[in-house]
Design a protein around this ligand. Structure first.
Ligand code: TK8
Length: 334
């Protein structure tokens, strides 16, 4: 009896030992940081990515997730990827523009009429070519995930027309085109990192901001903002990216694991994000005054920001802008 117990105990010990050795055996560590919190679709899809990568690499790669700008804001995290001190992040395209100028094109207002048109262009040659250009900056663009259509919120008044935007202090992402668009609408825009936004609204440094419904709800923006309007003025993509220094150190089979998981997680992300944005718009109706624009009202906003196209066309590259517009039309005609 005692002997049996001893054998059993040593078996358990042996198992424990093997287990801890295998879990220590990760040869590569990916620290992935994002700006949104752990309730976001972005975080859920990162968890999905982590699961795929850890399983398929047989534990050789370990993925640690950091949310809520714990590792820095979008720009800081991209810089850390360049230096090789962080391995992954997933910024909006707007803050990528200072690294690769062409990314400005996707933040043109009212560029993508539908999610599907955006998918078509981002996954097509123009989108993929821009991802490639990240390599010159020490970044590997793995896939386009989705932040989503951006909607205006503010603490002052219901907004039904660009007229109502006049004088509102609106926080924008750190991108000159976003700044210009809000100036055209008559706002008084200030660029600011996402991590500083909540307290800026709380303290009245800004009156408003714009982000997708999921973010407005899950980041508790409704606690400091009473009004929101479905402006949908820009579709904001995310880019899942990796440090090139780190990526180049991975053996090809593990590079493949990462690449494939990034694409599979992209599908997971788009699906989750779209479902969540719809769901959270409904929840917001209980806690904010939600204004849904008529097509005519929306057209007024579109008209107001139109000058941005002329202002930025040359800076972005006229050919690039036209090829994206052409592909949108091509998709719409299908
Ligand atoms: C998250 C940001 C954010 C973006 C913004 O890191 O800054 O408003 O929409 O969600 O990329």
């Amino acid at each position: 009896m005692r002997k049996k117990l001893m054998i059993n105990l040593s078996l358990v010990l042996l198992l424990l030992l093997t287990f801890s050795v295998t879990s220590l055996a990760a040869e590569y560590t990916i620290n992935a940081g994002i700006g949104l919190n752990d309730k976001s679709a972005q975080y859920m899809s990162l968890e999905y990515f982590k699961k795929l990568v850890e399983e398929r690499s047989d534990g050789k790669i370990e993925v640690n997730l950091y949310h809520s700008s714990q590792l820095g804001d979008d720009r800081e995290m991209m810089e850390a990827l360049q230096m090789g001190t962080q391995q992954m992040t997933c910024p909006s395209t707007a803050p990528i523009a200072p690294f690769v100028n062409g990314f400005k094109v996707f933040d043109l207002p009212f560029l993508f009429p539908t999610h599907e048109a955006a998918d078509y262009v981002l996954d097509g040659p123009v989108g993929q070519n821009l991802l490639k250009q990240l390599e010159d900056e020490g970044l590997v663009g793995l896939a386009y995930w989705e932040n989503g259509y951006r909607q205006l919120t503010n603490s002052k008044r219901p907004v039904e027309s660009p007229e109502d935007v006049k004088g509102l202090k609106v926080r924008t992402m750190e991108n000159p085109m976003h700044l210009a668009a809000w100036k055209e609408m008559g706002a008084n825009p200030t660029p600011m990192a996402f991590g500083e936004l909540f307290s800026a609204m709380q303290q009245g440094v800004v009156d408003g901001q714009e982000n997708p419904w999921g973010t407005i709800y899950l980041q508790n923006f409704f606690e400091v903002q009473d009004y929101t309007t479905d402006t949908g003025h820009v579709y904001s993509p995310f880019v899942l990216m990796m440090s090139k220094q780190f990526y180049d150190k991975l053996p090809t089979d593990l590079q493949q694991v990462v690449k494939v998981a990034a694409i599979e997680a992209k599908h997971h992300n788009r699906k989750t994000n779209r479902a969540m944005n719809a769901e959270y718009l409904n929840k917001l109706k209980d806690v904010m005054e939600v204004t849904i624009l008529t097509p005519e009202q929306k057209a007024e906003f579109q008209k107001a920001v139109q000058p941005v196209y002329d202002q930025f066309k040359d800076e972005i590259g006229a050919e690039l802008v036209e090829s994206v517009q052409q592909q949108v039309e091509e998709f719409q005609a299908q």
